[in-house]
Design a protein around this ligand. Structure first.
Ligand code: NAP
Length: 244
């Protein structure tokens, strides 16, 4: 299935590395005009060199007012991917306020503020739009040391459903993708123990972790008109992990 995004303008958060970076490239290849938002300037500079024409915005999305200021003049957006996220792991009994706040600020609150900015403008213009939030299988399945991360992704799933409910009548679809482990910088940092890797792989019926492109393909589907009647869904990209 060839999907064209010609004539559409997309914004991707967490675009410097991993899933976000490859989503930017895929949207650009599909003909979209793309705005890439991330935190580390060097990542954005190298992305702009690789993908000429991509507009970049450097901001810490955990900072609500800085995000509003940075995106105030971003212009019209038709497609939004709320992908920026952090996976800060602590055993439940050692969770700190700082780690809790940072996790919710980036994984949940940033999706709210960016979506507000983008959706308000979509509604003013009277256009239809699509938003995809990048959640995780961890929203629905408990993992050791992941209490706060799991809670942020559970919150993101429910946020997605309420956004779908409120924004549907305004012609804006909102869905999320829920990947299993992907060996990006985040995946590599958190899956270092061969025993834990083997245990996780054993619980995935398809017997492998997700590749970045598995996630990107699902994001593109949910952004595209191929999914025109789908909103409020959480799509596992997990090789069947959540059936167990
Ligand atoms: P990644 O390789 O660590 O990339 C994340 C990107 O988001 C980086 O460019 C990072 O920039 C950016 N980012 C993080 N915090 C930010 C902030 N406060 N402001 C602006 N940008 C920020 O991670 P990934 O694996 O691609 O993860 C992308 C999404 O997929 C996340 O929401 C994650 O929870 C989800 N996910 C990942 C996995 C996995 O196993 N990898 C599985 C399920 C779901 P800096 O590096 O400059 O901070």
């Amino acid at each position: 299935m060839e999907i064209s995004f010609a004539g559409r303008r997309a914004l991707v958060t967490g675009a410097g590395k991993g899933i976000g970076r490859d989503t930017v490239k895929a949207l650009k290849a599909g003909g979209a005009d793309v705005v890439a938002v991330s935190r580390t300037l060097e990542d954005l500079e190298s992305l702009a060199r690789e993908c000429p024409g991509v507009k970049t915005v450097c901001v810490d999305l955990g900072d609500w007012s800085a995000t509003e200021a940075a995106l105030s003049s971003v212009g019209d957006i038709d497609l939004l991917v709320n992908n920026a996220g952090v996976a800060l792991l602590q055993p439940f009994l050692e969770i700190t306020q700082e780690m809790f706040d940072r996790s919710f600020d980036v994984n949940v609150r940033a999706a709210i503020v960016v979506s507000q900015i983008v959706a308000r403008r979509m509604i003013e213009r009277g256009v239809s739009g699509a938003i995809v939030n990048v959640s995780s299988q961890a929203s629905q399945s408990a993992l050791q040391n992941h209490a706060v991360y799991c809670a942020t992704k559970g919150a993101l799933d429910m946020l997605t459903k309420v956004m779908a409910l409120e924004l549907g009548p305004k012609k804006i679809r909102v869905n999320c993708v829920n990947p299993t482990v992907v060996m990006t910088a985040m995946g590599r940092a958190n899956w270092t123990d061969p025993q834990e890797v083997a245990t996780m792989l054993n619980r995935i019926p398809l017997g492998r972790f997700a590749e970045v492109e598995d996630v990107v393909h699902s994001i593109l589907f949910l952004l595209s008109d191929q999914s025109a009647m789908i909103t409020g869904t959480c799509l596992p990209v997990d090789g069947g992990y959540l059936v167990g």
